[in-house]
Write a protein that binds this ligand. Sequence first.
Ligand code: ADP
Ligand code: MG
Length: 735
Amino acid sequence: MISNGEHREVAWPIEGMTCPVCQGRVEQALAGVDGIVDSSVSLLSSRATVVFDPTATSEAVITSAIEDAGYGVGSSAPTASHTHDHADGDHHHEQASSASLWRDSEAMRTYIACLFFFGGLTLQLTWNIEWINVGWWSLGPSAVSFLAAAVVGGANFFGSGFKALTRLRMDMDFLMAAAVMGAIVIGEYTEAAAIAFLFSLAELLESYAVTRARRSLSELVRLAPETARLKTAEGDHTVAVEVVNIGDICSVKPGEKIPLDGTVSQGSSSVSEALITGESMPADKNVGDRVFAGSLNEDGYLELSVTAVSSDTTLAKIVKLVESAEQHKSETEQFVRRFSRYYTPIVTVLAVSVMVLPSLVFGASFLVWFVRGLTLLVIACPCALVISTPVSTISAITSAARNGVLIKGGAALEALADVKVVALDKTGTLTKGELSLSDVVPLNGMSADESLEIAALLESRSEHPIARAVIQEAQLRQIELSEDRIEQFTSLPGRGVKAVIGGVEYLLGRPELFDGATVPSPVNDLQASGKTVVLLGTEGGVTAAFSVSDTIKDHAREAVRHLKLVGVEQVVMLTGDNEATAHSIADASGVDVVLAGLLPEQKVEQVKALERSVGAVAMVGDGVNDAPALATARVGVAMGAAGSDAAIETADISLLTDDLRHLAYAIELARAGRRVIRQNVWASIGVKGLLALGVFPGVVNLITAILAGDMGASLGVTTNALRLAKITPHAADDH
Ligand code: ADP
Ligand code: MG
């Protein structure tokens, strides 16, 4: 997003950022550069995104600031959505980083340190002699092996530890380097080797854990096809998807992926859209149907007319949304960040006093207490705590995206977990929304075809499902529609439409529009049978009645049951339709409460009232005429959002299919996410607290602190978070 003509937004991949502390350092480095308008650093996608004023600073200044903080900067990419190489560049970077993790120089040093460390232990048992012995220093074969382990393993962090020292900053690298040197000085070679080896191993495993969380995201990107077969006058050409334009024709053979969003222009096939919508059943696609990039063409040959360039496809939007989800921080996450800001300096002061006070005041052994103080500092690193929340949020959001549910960030996820009431719009949410005109009742002498013609003309400018039904019927009866006859069209949201045709002003819509006029008797009968009745008329009176019928979705009843199973207290149906029609749909679907006859502004009032009386409301709608109610509710959920950019962008949650059961899944996932976050926060605080207490009596030594407090805690919270990926929409079926 380029905010305006003067500011530029650029994203860089950052190398070597493995811990939230690193993330904080990059953030700090960026804060120190003048001319940066806005910046965000993502640990999980290893990226810094910066909006800056090019007249005040430059890319080079920004990258050197990041490099000065001790991190590598990859080649930049402008983030404007029409720039294609962005997602692609990233994707190569991701692949490279996860593949080389176990083979880079730091990993090699860790392996060698491991060999020397265990070699030393073996020598201690088998060839335990001393060559030299001066005071507390003695040198033998095992000591030499331990020293080698300390030097090789230490090489991983000595450099950056020294760099930190020159900037008067206490970081893990510096502390560990100091601990290794300290141990060598007092002749504890075994300790020195163990710390150097274990700390290197801890770092390696930690970056593996972060890479694993990152991987599910990059897998989504990788699923997008890279090439398309473009049809040209000279035949088919395989080209990169980035060069295909809107309106181009691409061909797709059986077993191939659909390269870009488009409409089928030739052929028919069944297409699996699991990647986009989470729907495992393939859908039949014929000429005129929409297809999405990344879906799989199963058995037929298709040609499609492209409707979106590669950076604008629904899949690209999903990936972008999931990537940026990390930036919409939840309240818990903000709290954890604030907490660690005060916590770290306090613990540092405490640790330094533990190092010096006992020997100064009580004359205790300086060496013993110095090592205990160091141990406290290792435990103090808030890595596990700070990483616990984002890693859980990302894990939940990515897993939801793979099941056809888009969750816009940690805040939306947290709100979803709180939902007490689900308010459902009727048309298109509980019903299929594929309305058909079932009855035309002419009144006052106008013929059926004549009234249908006027009604279809009035509806020709409306987006409402009723409009579609009316026009469809007029076409079926081969009624000519000359749209130039229509003047002064006005849409009356939630009520109907109004326009002047042939000099006469007509109204079409809900019966209340004709207040005062006597409602003709067939209307009541039609409504009682579950149909929606709309009236056509003028100032003078009603001229015709139309009834449209809709069918309830196959899974509506099951979906409502699932919502109750995952703990939703009340399921409410909100509709602008009349009581009788509303009740017949409500009975069939099993909702608790029906609120009918509502105008759009009354839907907003009802959402507010539910929020006051019961609790947080999730409002589900198609987003076309329910936008105000969706925006009012704590959580706005858009249904069937694939292909509707507006819905995806405005809703907190988007269900990409029309399957309402996915909402219960999303709520279950959000609740599980909240549990995991709480477990992670308390477990990491608890483990560190216990370890810290154990330092004073000497129960917890430096090695235990590295193993349990640093490596163990970080791996523990990450693994716990990855459990969220196991929740699927089908799990609810087992209840
Ligand atoms: P819902 O709550 O079912 O989505 P709406 O709020 O969209 O219903 O509309 C409420 C009522 O207003 C409809 O049942 C219908 O009677 C009338 N209405 C709204 N728009 C139109 C239209 N374009 N043509 C005819 N009737 C309409
Ligand atoms: Mg509606």
